[in-house]
Design a protein around this ligand. Sequence first.
Ligand code: PSU
Ligand code: MN
Length: 302
Amino acid sequence: MKFKFNEEVENALKTKQPIVALESTVIAHGLPHPHNIETAENLENIVRENGAVPATIAVFDGKFCVGLDKEQLNILATDKNIRKISRRDLPIAVAQKINCATTVATTMFIAHRAGIKVFATGGIGGVHRGTLPDISADLPELANTPMIVVCAGAKIVLDLPSTREWLETNGVSILGWQCDELPAFYSRSSGLSIDERVETAEEVARIACARDYLKMPNAILLTAPVPPEFEVPREKLEAILASALSEAEQQKILGKEVTPFLLAKMSAESKGETLKANIALLENNAKIAAQVAVAVGSDSRQ
Ligand code: PSU
Ligand code: MN
């Protein structure tokens, strides 16, 4: 498989430095401009400040780019024609030489094959609410890709109990970063269980090492709650979500448009409160992921 590495990532792979993969759908379709470009740059800097090398991933001209330059980040943040791609789109993107933003599923596909072990995102996709059985391709990718994925749980717009059950059935280990409950994206609590609470990056590294020893294919999902000062209360969220969901239904928003539509509506209805929470949790996850990547790198059994 062919990759296009930037200098920083190429050097990190050669010298076996810790690397954290970052996704690009959150830049192109998850956050509005100019917050998206600011956040993309901040996330990379946070990873560096915490001792690892950032590898933001996207597809340009059908090529798997691992580590981007400033211009590529800017294109992702401003070009309305960037395609959001999940697993099913990969052969099309490569053959047709398309410019694309990668979701959790496709970022994992590329990062794992490039030899990267740790990935930070905001919230994973999952089982949607509503009557249509809409299940994000992020879920099967998590079941079949042995990485460590740091997130704030699944996005609150989803059916969280069903998403949690899916992960259990398909063998994805869920860890809680210094927490006892599965976080719910903008909110710190969901009432749903995690499989194990962890306090340190070393613990996470040891669990991932055991997964590799057992030759298990699943991701370790490390869930970290949004920092408390940015949390949006559950009651407020449910109210704005209800109106966003009914609007999505009225406007017949379907497929890959659903998640970006709901996130944008919630941000508008909360006067930017959910946007602030989204950025805060992305930054928090990038920091934890860098610490975990450092711990994985120094684990002598790797
Ligand atoms: N995290 C965020 N914002 C986002 C996403 C994650 O804070 O926009 C993206 C991820 O790329 C994830 C995607 O894979 O949303 C899920 O899209 P869908 O539900 O269509 O599979
Ligand atoms: Mn979907």
